[in-house]
Design a protein around this ligand. Structure first.
Ligand code: APR
Length: 256
């Protein structure tokens, strides 16, 4: 079948769905200029493996190095704006209010595009929390209200003095329990799941399409290349999400 026919078929499946769930990964933000972890780092950071920085042991060993790495990532994400893929997903939710997005991304681009039901599995890079979670998990810390020597690494938690860290899920850490439960629920109750821009290599996020499939959902993948999830996908739309998602939306509109 041609891509055009597959897009029309996807629109038919979505139109007759009762509960649409979307899983997104770094690919959906790619066209907004947000680099993924697996993209090569440039400049000062080129000699580091990001996975070696994004973990609690690295932070304990060298809090300034890890904090500076996240400050660098925040800096490159700051100008990013939602792309047509994010916008199309927000429009889809307006049309199918029972839809939810499960995202692995730590940027805010789904919300900026107007999506409301967003389940965040890996936290939010713009937020911070106490490393010791001294007031309960998580203990948010607003660093804009703090004064400290920014050249010296993370500020101390105003409650307990432990270093402040980004509110993201690092390798080896558990996902936020409420978000994980919500994601499993949305996956098990989906009759159609869109899997957009994820390599499907990081669990438990990559388990979500399996939960959906086990409960008889139809899986539609949008990715320019095959992912680890492609073998269980029913319909693969090969292309960039910023191009394909608006076309799916147009196909939906054309048929009422
Ligand atoms: N549109 C759709 N998909 C795209 C696009 C695009 N324009 N560009 C790239 N992709 C696809 C790639 O082919 C790849 O399959 O997006 C996927 C991105 O994969 P990863 O970089 O592995 O991102 P993700 O799956 O979100 O990673 C999961 O791992 O890096 C950690 O915690 C981090 O949340 C992240 C998790």
């Amino acid at each position: 079948m041609s891509l055009e026919a597959d897009i029309a078929h996807s629109a038919d499946l979505i139109r007759s769905s009762q509960r649409l769930t979307v899983l997104t990964g770094a690919g959906v933000s790619k066209e907004s200029g947000v680099p993924t972890f697996r993209d090569a780092l440039d400049g000062l950071w080129a000699r580091y493996d990001p996975a070696q920085l994004a973990n609690a042991a690295a932070f304990q060993r060298d809090p300034k190095l890890v904090w500076d790495f996240y400050e660098y990532r925040r800096e490159i994400m700051r100008p990013a704006k939602p792309n047509p893929g994010h916008t199309a997903l927000a429009a889809l939710e307006r049309r199918f209010p029972a839809m939810s997005i499960i995202t692995q991304n730590v940027d805010d681009l789904h919300e900026q595009a107007g999506s409301r039901s967003v389940i965040r599995l890996h936290g939010r890079i713009s937020a911070n929390k106490c490393f010791a979670n001294c007031q309960g998990s998580p203990t948010p810390v607003d660093v804009t209200a703090l004064e400290w020597d920014r050249g010296s690494g993370p500020p101390p938690c105003p409650h307990c003095g432990a270093p402040v860290r980004p509110d993201v899920v690092w390798f080896g850490e558990a996902l936020p329990g409420d978000q994980l439960q919500a994601a499993i629920h949305a996956s098990e109750n989906a009759d159609v799941m869109l899997v957009v821009g994820t390599s499907g290599v990081v669990r438990p996020a990559a388990d979500m399409p399996y939960y959906a499939k086990r409960h008889r959902a139809t899986l539609i993948e949008i990715n320019p290349v095959e992912s680890d999830l492609t073998p269980i996908i029913d319909l693969w739309l090969a292309g960039a999400s910023g191009e394909i998602l608006p076309r799916v939306l147009t196909a939906l509109g054309a048929h009422g």
